[in-house]
Design a binder for this molecule. Sequence first.
Ligand code: ASP
Ligand code: MG
Length: 338
Amino acid sequence: MVLEPIPRRRLSSEVAKDVESGVRFRYRSIRTPRARAILQVQHQISRACRRFLDSKGFMEVLAPIIGPVTDPGIRGAGTVVVPFYGKMYVLMTSMILYKQMAMASYPRVYSFSPNVRLEPSASKSTGRHLAEFYQLDLEMANTSCDEVMALGDRLLYEAINSVHKECKTQLEQLGRTLHLPPRHLPRITFTEALKILADEGFDLDPKAEIPWIAEHHLSLFFNTPFWITDYPYTSRGFFYLVDDDRPGVVRSMDLLLPEGYGEISSGGEREYTVEGVTRRMRETGDDPQKYGWYIDMLEEGIPPSAGFGIGMERLTRYICGIPHIWECSPFPKVPGIP
Ligand code: ASP
Ligand code: MG
């Protein structure tokens, strides 16, 4: 049985305009036809991604929620600490370290992984930050950035194409005209991205990540999703592999959505040796002592690998054409809104 909106009180369009009340009164907005359409599209996206990855020989693994360590490379967002039998654990900011462990068991793995990142309150109004979100995280042994980007091209195509085919009514209801992406997405380097942005008047630090406002601007130049490759090592976490031929560059990429939607995915090839990781940790200021099981695992040896994580709510937001991402989470947690 499908519930209809609670009569009167608040119209969904009013709720959508106002993030705070939308989040607070989610038990109302979730009953609206608009919310239902978004959630149905989201379900279709997950189905298509699962189907595609399964057909490529991937195994789905259940993602961790807490652990003694998590991804530190989260662009300044805070981590939630929870007591765990006399130790302090953290909520996953990304399962990167755990994906590497799972991939040592089976060469192609993916998870729909819950992440919590305490982004600054100001990111409430970016339209694309949630404090709790899901990533479709995948990892492949013995592969390269090029190959995972090619896989990402196909994955995105399959997800968008399946919504295009199966969710016509929902897209119509949301007023979204969806274009299929090309089979091979354009790729630009980090340096090229900075050059485009410099021409637009952005004076950016060539050693840091591209700030979200500049990413937003860059994404207005494109009418298809596109990759940015070759990030400076100073802008990325210790788990990304430094390019042998180009010191200072890591084999790491982001996938950006067009129309101003901005970043949807980060990924790359991994450091996988103790020497490589501890060298990178010295550069990033992380303490190897803190990463107990991870360093022990590397000492025993894991295969080289590459992978990425795609923000599921961000993908839903783009596919549905939604102004603020809170509507793309059934139970939204927005930075700055307790
Ligand atoms: N999941 C990682 C992140 O959240 C990306 C990756 O797989 O490299 O940034
Ligand atoms: Mg990222």
